[in-house]
Design a binder for this molecule. Structure first.
Ligand SMILES: C[S@@+](CC[C@H](N)C(=O)[O-])C[C@H]1O[C@@H](n2cnc3c(N)ncnc32)[C@H](O)[C@@H]1O
Length: 537
């Protein structure tokens, strides 16, 4: 889960075709435009500063937001000016300010009642009773909300504190001393693979296709000159371990925004970025490639809207995404980012439906049409099969028990068996009951603790029931293009022209044998995960 070494020459996206499969890949999409690095963004993230024109822009932006409109960013404006559709989008149909979690309308008995003659005395009694009941309902609701909030905060705090406490051990240690160096390298290679395959946009992919053609042939037209760069948002960026991978992305990155609730991790990410920028820690990197602009901010990306993050406002954020969003909003709206990435993090959102939807609103609100949402997370197919296997074995043991030993003796408490599995380097433990058939319904709040040697100490995580998740993404105009278990990715890509050699440079493939350089235990730990890519449509 750390920065990867080596350099990968650009990898061509494979031709697109929407499908979800363990064996099939897919690729690129959407529009492009010219971009220039924007040094304005070097300023501090919290307080607007700089020349008057910029301040005025900020004021206008705030006024517009008050009116319910987010003006296009310097970045998104450049994109939109290219297309007549986009050019009119911000002046187009006004958008309703709507939250997918909007409270329902007040109950009908809040409406004014017509008085009946002679009903005055009775009304007084009824009203007092109704009011008492309403007050009780309100009190109960408040208590439940407070309990839920403190429970949620409890888990979030544990997660945040855990990641803050994970020491940053340095690249050399990770490559030589670590007991899971094979797994670390493999995870990094999978993340690089996703970035290489899915971060470029359609035009970039097409331009590269043409690049390999014979330009001496006049009928081909001029070679591509487009240098459109990517705007990337990383949800749960941790210590910035993927910065190096983005530096090697086939289509250059203009802006990388890293968000994470763990403040110490964010400081470390900022330091890592600063040292990359200054040229320290650049071993093996393309020396001439100027580093993209980077911004890092402490932020809970699943419990809160990202609409109040300044850099996100600048790039463009659409608050009107999600179920019930108008056709107009889905046609004209959208954020300004080309790629949203969330590596090993979205499972924290599955604590509740509210958080999962908030995460999806953030993704869809930040992503432009045709933008890609890429990530990796635990594979619920693996969890389902482990859980149903556990119940099957338990039932088998119970059926095999002799009749007289059924049930605990008087005063004895039979310990409930808990579902858990793992090996020396990783362990998954469900503290509570699990579904007999392994199907997680409703799909939220299925907590387990996850342990990974040297990396994660029994941290609470939540199952991401894949089918339910995929169904939910449709509400946010996110279309699944790719989903693949980690070890299948290896099988499919290990001989790729770019990704094969990259795996050698990263120490993932044994140079002598060509085999995957992981122990059996590491392979089992890796098989817990899968990777995905959605397109915003
Ligand atoms: C296993 S680490 C992965 C870090 C990084 N993405 C990587 O691949 O190296 C999981 C990250 O998710 C972050 N995380 C947990 N809850 C989050 C939330 N609500 N919003 C954003 N990130 C969160 C953690 O703080 C942690 O940095």
């Amino acid at each position: 889960m750390d920065s990867s070494p080596g350099s990968g020459a650009p990898k061509m996206p494979t031709p697109s075709g929407a499908h979800e499969s363990n064996k099939n890949g897919a690729s690129a999409s959407p529009g492009a435009s010219e971009r220039r690095p924007n040094e304005d963004l070097e300023s501090d993230q919290q307080a607007p500063s700089g020349p008057v024109s910029k301040r005025r822009r900020m004021q206008e932006s705030q006024q517009n937001r008050k009116r319910g409109r987010t003006p296009p960013s310097v970045f998104s404006r450049r994109d939109r000016s290219r297309s007549p559709l986009n050019a009119s989008s911000r002046d187009g149909p006004s958008r309703r300010s709507r939250s997918p979690l909007q409270p329902r309308s007040p109950p009908a008995d809040d409406a004014p009642k017509r008085k009946r003659p002679g009903g005055g005395a009775r009304m007084g009694i009824v009203d007092r009773e109704t009011m008492r009941r309403r007050q009780e309902d309100r009190d109960r609701q408040e208590m439940e909300d407070a309990q839920r909030m403190s429970r949620d905060r409890g888990v979030s705090d544990v997660v945040r504190q855990h990641y803050n406490a994970v020491p940053e051990r340095g690249r050399e240690w990770r490559k030589t001393e670590s007991k899971i160096k094979g797994l670390r390298s493999f995870n990094n290679w999978v993340k690089s693979t996703l970035i290489q395959k899915f971060s470029p946009d359609e035009e970039f992919g097409a331009a590269r296709d043409n690049d390999t053609k014979d330009w001496a042939d006049d009928s081909m037209g001029p070679p591509p000159t487009e240098d459109k760069r990517l705007l990337v948002l990383d949800l749960g960026c941790g210590k910035g371990g993927d910065l190096g991978k983005w530096q090697l992305a086939p289509q250059k990155v203009e802006l990388y925004v890293g968000l994470d609730p763990a403040n110490i991790s964010i400081e470390q990410a900022r330091d890592r970025y600063a040292s990359m920028r200054s040229g320290r820690g650049q071993r093996g990197r393309r020396p001439s490639a100027p580093l993209f602009h980077g911004e890092f901010q402490t932020k809970d990306c699943f419990g809160e809207s990202l609409g109040d993050v300044r850099i996100i406002q600048q790039v463009g954020f659409d608050a009107n995404v999600g179920p019930g969003g108008s056709m107009m909003a889905s046609r004209w709206g959208g954020g300004g980012f080309d790629v949203i990435t969330s590596m090993f993090a979205i499972h924290y959102a599955f604590e509740s439906e509210e958080k999962t939807r908030q995460m999806l609103s953030n993704v869809a609100g930040c992503l432009k049409k045709g933008g890609r949402f890429i990530g990796v997370c635990p594979n619920s197919d693996v969890i389902t099969s482990r859980v149903s296997e556990f119940h099957e074995q338990r039932r088998g043991r119970e059926a095999a028990k002799p009749a007289q030993s059924e049930g605990p003796e008087d005063g004895e408490v039979e310990e409930e068996e808990k579902c858990e599995w793992g090996n020396d380097i990783y362990r998954v433990r469900f503290p509570g009951v699990t579904p007999e058939n392994g199907v997680f319904r409703p799909p939220f709040g299925w907590r387990y603790t996850y342990f990974m040697r040297e990396a994660v100490e029994e941290v609470p995580e939540y199952v991401v029931p894949w089918e339910a998740f995929r169904a939910l993404t449709e509400d946010y105009n996110l279309e699944l293009q790719y989903r693949k278990p980690f070890l299948d990715i290896w099988e499919d890509e290990k001989n790729d022209r770019e990704l094969g050699p990259l795996s050698e440079r990263m120490g993932v493939r044994d140079r002598a044998t060509g085999a995957l350089a992981m122990t059996e235990e590491e392979k089992e730990a890796a098989s817990f995960y899968h990777a995905f890519c959605f397109y915003k449509v």
